[in-house]
Design a protein around this ligand. Sequence first.
Ligand SMILES: Nc1nc2c(c(=O)[nH]1)N[C@H]1C(S)=C(S)[C@@H](COP(=O)(O)OP(=O)(O)OC[C@H]3O[C@@H](n4cnc5c(N)ncnc54)[C@H](O)[C@@H]3O)O[C@H]1N2
Ligand code: MOO
Length: 406
Amino acid sequence: MISINAAQEIVLKHTTQIDSESVPLLEAIGRIIAVDMRAPHDLPLSNNSAMDGYALALRPGQEQWNVVDFIPAGLLRTAPVCQGDTVKIMTGAPVPAGCDTVVPIEDITEDGGVIRLNRSIKRGSNIRKQGEDILKGNLLIKSGHPVRPQEIGLLASFGWSTLPVYRKPRIAILATGDELLEIGSIPSPGKIINSNSYSLAAQLIQAGGEPVLIGIAADTRKATRDKIVEGLQADGLIISGGASVGDRDFVRETILELQGELQFSKVNMKPGKPATFATIGSKPVFALPGNPVAAMVCFEMFVRPAILKMLGYSQLMRPTVKAVLSGQVLNSGERPHLVSVRVAPEGDSYKASTITNQSSANLASLTAGNGLLRLEPHSLLLADSVVEITLLDPDLGTGDIHYGTL
Ligand SMILES: Nc1nc2c(c(=O)[nH]1)N[C@H]1C(S)=C(S)[C@@H](COP(=O)(O)OP(=O)(O)OC[C@H]3O[C@@H](n4cnc5c(N)ncnc54)[C@H](O)[C@@H]3O)O[C@H]1N2
Ligand code: MOO
């Protein structure tokens, strides 16, 4: 049995960055840029007016100017403006040759096509110089940078309508077990709804991947093999259930039959001890425990960092915060326990409260929480201890909910 850290290192060692694709500008939001993007030209492209006003040449002794033209935004005047003349100009319009200053409309008086200044102004005022924001060839966005609304705007301002981004890894998601029913069915004693495929698919979408739901494999060798082979058409595979030591747990032996290599098959953690990671050819295969909390926690610990690495991120782990425990918590077990906690800001700090029912089957422990606390084996943390919490929702957005009898 290996440690969580060692297991993460093995997963990342066997994960490679995915290829890139070109997508329409708006579809790039939240994706990762796959090449260094450099400015194809200066920005602004030419000297232009920062104000609605009058463009002119300021010369000592000059007190009035004749208005000879009007340049709205979008129009270019090619003819130079003569000394003593001025052109009315709108914000953003190119400043014509012969002018060195723009006087805002509020600061002049016009009478019969002649303007005078109401106050003195510095030469050069209100002109945005060519290239003053960005010079041709400047690095705009480095490869590996996430695309946010501001990157969309910056790249749009150079006219790009498509962007090169890393492709979303397509990951097949397979549930195993005769007890499983698809959503839309009515559960009955002995049967349960396959929720893992959906929680894992949702985690995958949030991490930037594209789930391919391939359904449920019955507890037979053949069904397990057929579904795993189907899943291997994707970039990787996540299987839930059948990872433990039960009589009908066929996942590991099928991986070996398919010439897969088991990289680890037990991790020193709770929940999630049976977490298994294998490679079949170059494809990563995660065989996660069936218990719903264990499956999701294992995704957090092993699959999410792998997806982020495939996508070209440099920061693969979640942020953490220091928080003050609201009550004592005990881990009397042999394995590090990843406990669901609810973190909320309190004063200048954060308060962390643990969720009462930490059963590996109880998904409500995760919906009531927004972070994970690692409790070392045989440890007791007293109320008011300062602990480090991994934030699952960096915006801390979880309602105050109570479920069940515990
Ligand atoms: N003798 C032992 N028994 C078990 C051990 C062990 O070490 N020795 N480990 C336990 C732990 S820890 C876990 S976790 C589970 C993992 O078992 P499997 O991965 O083989 O999963 P299953 O047995 O198929 O299912 C476990 C549990 O989860 C429910 N489940 C399964 N798939 C889904 C799904 N798609 N959606 C919702 N719920 C699902 C299933 O009904 C079971 O209740 O093994 C322990 N046993
Ligand atoms: O560790 Mo299992 O993964 O507790 O439920």
